[in-house]
Write a protein that binds this ligand. Structure first.
Ligand SMILES: [Zn+2]
Length: 84
């Protein structure tokens, strides 16, 4: 049984090139760590270079519904649109 909510996407990473800014829980107001940055492939899990904590990348992302976007959206066919 799934407990996912809509709108959302389930992500399957396929060695995809990524650029990310990382904030660990060790980055606190009392002990600021700043932003970690990574550019590259295969970021299935991240490890903080400061404290060593390891995080897995999420496979389910919540989507934000918008009226307009500066990006060109990709059209994702759903099961019930196939064959129309
Ligand atoms: Zn950390």
């Amino acid at each position: 049984m799934t407990d996912w909510t809509r709108p959302s996407v389930f992500v399957q990473y396929k060695g995809t090139d990524i650029c990310l800014d990382f904030h660990c829980i060790c980055d606190t107001e009392d002990e600021p760590a700043g932003v970690g940055h990574y550019d590259g492939y295969d970021a299935y899990a991240l490890q903080c270079g400061r404290c060593g904590r390891i995080y897995e990348m999420p496979q389910e992302l919540k989507l934000t519904l918008v009226e307009e976007t500066a990006f060109t959206p990709v059209v994702v066919e759903t099961d019930d649109t196939e064959g129309d």
